[in-house]
Each structure stands twice: as structure tokens, then as C-alpha cells.
Design a binder for this molecule. Structure first.
Ligand SMILES: *[C@@H]1O[C@H](CO)[C@@H](O)[C@H](O)[C@H]1NC(C)=O
Ligand SMILES: *[C@@H]1O[C@H](CO)[C@@H](O)[C@H](O)[C@H]1NC(C)=O
Ligand SMILES: *[C@@H]1O[C@H](CO)[C@@H](O)[C@H](O)[C@H]1NC(C)=O
Ligand SMILES: *[C@@H]1O[C@H](CO)[C@@H](O)[C@H](O)[C@H]1NC(C)=O
Length: 421
């Protein structure tokens, strides 16, 4: 009997060791004891890369064919379908985020999205119609967030339908706070004809504003932060269309000075995040290098793709090479939705642009036949298929600093000893 139970105990111990070893393999950088985070909510701050309806609610809907792939209706997104933030929510088993500014049909029980297309970190001194930049800069998004926090608790305490539309207080401290913003601060300088060096010179000021926003969220109780860096500006069609005659290309055809500018922003952002880890002792801040993922996708498009991404490509077995690999994404430097020119992009005839012929409106900047094999949706934003591919690269922590997967991003990791607290 005694021997038996000892053997059982030993067996149990061995199983535990095996389980630990498996855990270690899955999350090599984390202590095996760290549990998945169980985020009950997401609060997002950003620009069009993660806008799920903010700009559309206040300044007019993103026109068709936006929304055609997944939602099959206008969804406030500058995309044929879902954005990275949608895949993040789905992965955490949470509903897609309602835009804070959307007063119709919104449900904030599991978070809210403060991002609007065209948002910069720093408030611009120009109106939307003068510059194209959203007046809802990051500081305004923070005002909205603070107001949402207080008012949601007041109305929740009144009971009724509000209890199922608004998050309980604990959802604010347990939430994942996501940020994807900065691209518009770089292009705002370009718009004013500044040189790359002049733009680089104001990046530290942008970072001060960015860090302040994160500190404010922390002061309001936020603890888990997931921060995307900015993408390869010099590989984006709207920049290439404007500057390809004057700026040098890299080996893949992207415009080097603009990618260097983005990387310079990202280096500063990484530094800012490092300082914040010291200043905010209870914060777990994950810096996610989406720049590299997007750069790989655009420059190696033909090697990447996922045959299960959409039903459309699922039914195209010809997409596979002899070795069984997918032939992949196509034409990374041609916008799927647009009208004319080298890149199928014309700034004055962007995706959804209409003309009137004999009293009838016709969309002339329409979608390509198959967005599921394309990288660029409209010359500025990625297709749903590309967003899904990017998400799959970042979800496991491969591009994160520290290298934590999305569902472990509540764990603070000490950089020196690489153990989790
Ligand atoms: C807007 O103007 C103010 C006051 O002149 C200045 O401090 C600020 O830096 C300007 N913002 C931008 C983004 O240029
Ligand atoms: C809001 O969404 C939550 C989660 O999806 C759901 O349980 C709740 O019923 C929704 N509330 C309303 C009023 O639709
Ligand atoms: C920038 O340069 C372009 C072309 O040279 C010019 O049309 C535009 O007015 C300039 N913009 C500003 C803000 O100076
Ligand atoms: C872009 O559209 C404008 C009309 O809005 C047109 O004049 C121009 O030629 C177009 N550019 C290209 C490259 O097709």
C-alpha cells in the first residue's frame, strides 16, 4: 500500500515535471508558474490602424467597399474586413470593440476603442479639413477614457440595461491597454514640407506626449500595456506614390529615408517604454515590433499567406507550389482598392471615390477581385488577410519585448533576470 502510494506520488511528480517542461517550451522566457491573464476587457488608443468606427461616427462613414469582406456592411474600419485589434479581441475571446464615439449600437461591457483614423499623438494646429488629421489626438483619447471610467461607473450603479452595456470597475485594472499610434505624427511633418531631419528632431516631443498618456492610464489603474511600434512608412503606397521620384529605394523597392524615419521613431519609443518600466513599477509593458512583421510581409509577400484565411483562397488549390507551400500574397505595391496610376492609388481618388454619371453615383475606386491574396487594401491600410497574417506573427510573443505572448501580457518581466513577477 505504502509503496503503491509512493509510486503514485512519484508518478504524479513526474507528470508535473513533464507539464512544467512543456510549459517552459511554450513560453521559454516565462516562469512556468505564470498563468494566462484572463483579460476581461480591452481599451484601445490609436489611429486608423485600429479605428473600429470612431472617425466614421463623428466625421462620416468610411465608404464602401470598406467592410465588404467580413462585416458585409459599413463597419467604420478602413479595411475590407477586420483589423489587428479585432483579431486581438477574438483571440482573448472578447467581442469586437465598440468605438467610444459611436452612440448607436455600442456595447462597452468588455472595453472601448478611443482610436480614430488620422489621430496623431500630438495635437495638430490645423483642422481636419485643412490637414486631414483627426482632432482626436492621443490627449483627447485620454480625456474620453477618463470620462468613460467615471461615467460608466455612475450609470452602472443605476442598474437596468447599463449593467450589461458598461464594464464593472475591476475591468479597468484587469484590462489590456493597447496602443497603435505615431504614423500620423511623422506624416504631419512631411505635409508641412519639413525635412526628415526636422521631423526626427521633434520625435522626442512626440514621445513626451506618448509617455504622458501611458502614465495617465496607469494613474487611473491600468497595469497591462501592449504597444505596437509604427510600421514601415517607406513601404506604404501613399508615401511611395508621393515621393518615389525624389527618394532612394532600398533593395526591395521601399523608400529608405521614410523607413529610417519610422525606425528612428521606434527606437525612441523603445527607450520611452524602458523608462516607463522603471517609473511605473506595477506596469507590465509589452513593446511589439509590428514594423518588422509588416516589412517582412511587404518585401517577401509571395512567400507568405495562409490558405485557411478565407473561403475564397481555400477553394484555390492552385495556390500551392509543388512542395505544398502556399504561393502567397501578391502585388504588395499595388493597392487593392483604388483608381489608376502605378500603384492603383490616387490621393484625390481614394478607395470608395465616386463620380456622378447621368445623375447616378458610381464608385470608380473599387475593390480588386480578391483582397484575400493582397497586402495593401487602399494604399494606406492593410487588407484583412494581411492583418490576420500579421496577428499570427505577433500573438506568440516572437516580436515582443519582453517576449511574452498576448495572453501573458499582464505579467511584468524583469529584464535583467528574465523572470516574471
Ligand atoms: C502647435 O502650436 C503650439 C503653440 O505654438 C506649439 O507649442 C506646438 O508644438 C504646436 N504643435 C505642433 C504639432 O506643431
Ligand atoms: C453586451 O455584450 C455582452 C457581451 O457580449 C452581452 O453579454 C450583453 O448582453 C450585451 N448587452 C446588451 C444590452 O446587448
Ligand atoms: C509644400 O510644398 C508643396 C509643393 O512644393 C506646396 O504646394 C505646399 O503648399 C507646401 N506646403 C506647405 C505647408 O508649405
Ligand atoms: C489622379 O486623379 C486626378 C483627378 O482627380 C487626375 O487629374 C490625375 O491625373 C490622376 N493621377 C493619375 C496618376 O492618374
Amino acid at each position: 500500500m505504502e509503496a503503491d502510494s509512493r509510486e503514485m506520488a512519484f508518478f504524479g511528480l513526474r507528470m508535473a515535471v513533464v507539464a512544467l517542461a512543456l510549459l517552459f517550451r511554450q513560453f521559454p522566457a516565462c516562469s512556468a508558474a505564470a498563468a494566462a491573464c484572463d483579460f476581461p476587457s480591452i481599451f484601445n488608443f490609436g489611429d486608423s490602424n485600429s479605428d473600429t468606427g470612431g472617425l466614421s461616427a463623428a466625421f462620416g462613414q468610411a465608404p464602401p467597399p470598406n467592410g465588404e469582406t467580413y462585416f458585409h456592411r459599413l463597419s467604420g474600419r478602413y479595411c475590407d474586413g477586420r483589423l489587428l485589434i479585432d483579431f486581438i479581441a477574438e483571440d482573448l475571446r472578447l467581442p469586437h470593440l465598440s468605438a467610444y464615439l459611436d452612440s448607436v449600437g455600442s456595447n462597452f461591457s468588455h472595453g472601448a476603442n478611443f482610436a480614430t483614423a488620422g489621430s496623431p499623438v500630438r495635437p495638430q494646429n490645423m483642422t481636419l479639413s485643412q490637414s486631414g488629421y483627426s482632432p482626436i489626438a492621443l490627449n483627447v483619447q485620454l480625456y474620453e477614457f477618463s470620462d468613460f471610467l467615471v461615467r460608466s461607473q455612475y450609470f452602472r450603479s443605476q442598474g437596468g440595461v447599463f449593467t450589461s452595456l458598461l464594464p464593472p470597475e475591476e475591468y479597468f485594472s484587469r484590462a489590456l491597454y493597447t496602443f497603435d499610434i505615431g504614423q500620423n505624427d511623422l506624416t504631419a511633418g512631411l505635409k508641412q514640407n519639413m525635412t526628415i531631419d526636422q521631423i526626427k528632431a521633434y520625435i522626442p516631443d512626440v514621445m513626451t506626449h506618448y509617455s504622458d498618456a501611458i502614465k495617465k492610464v496607469y494613474d487611473e489603474g491600468g497595469r497591462s500595456f501592449w504597444i505596437h511600434n509604427t510600421g514601415p512608412l517607406g513601404c506604404l503606397i501613399y508615401i511611395m506614390d508621393r515621393y518615389h521620384l525624389e527618394a532612394p529605394e532600398d533593395e526591395h523597392g521601399c523608400l529608405s529615408p521614410f523607413n529610417e524615419l519610422a525606425q528612428s521613431f521606434n527606437a525612441r519609443l523603445k527607450q520611452a517604454v524602458d523608462s516607463l518600466r522603471t517609473e511605473l513599477p506595477l506596469a507590465a509593458i509589452t513593446y511589439v515590433d509590428v514594423y518588422s512583421v509588416k516589412y517582412n510581409l511587404i518585401t517577401q509577400a509571395h512567400k507568405h499567406g495562409d490558405y485557411l484565411s478565407t473561403s475564397a483562397s481555400f477553394f484555390r488549390p492552385n495556390n500551392f507550389s509543388r512542395t505544398g507551400h502556399l504561393i502567397g500574397f501578391q502585388q504588395p505595391f499595388v493597392a487593392c482598392c483604388g483608381h489608376g496610376g502605378k500603384y492603383n492609388y490616387n490621393n484625390s481618388r481614394r478607395c470608395g471615390f465616386k463620380i456622378t454619371v447621368e445623375g447616378k453615383e458610381i464608385v470608380i475606386a473599387k475593390s480588386c477581385e480578391d483582397p484575400s491574396v493582397r497586402v495593401s487594401w487602399d494604399g494606406i491600410h492593410f487588407t484583412e488577410a494581411a492583418n490576420r497574417w500579421i496577428f499570427e506573427q505577433i500573438v506568440d510573443g516572437s516580436y515582443s519585448d519582453p517576449p511574452v505572448p498576448l495572453n501573458m501580457a499582464c505579467h511584468r518581466m524583469d529584464h535583467r533576470d528574465k523572470s516574471m513577477a
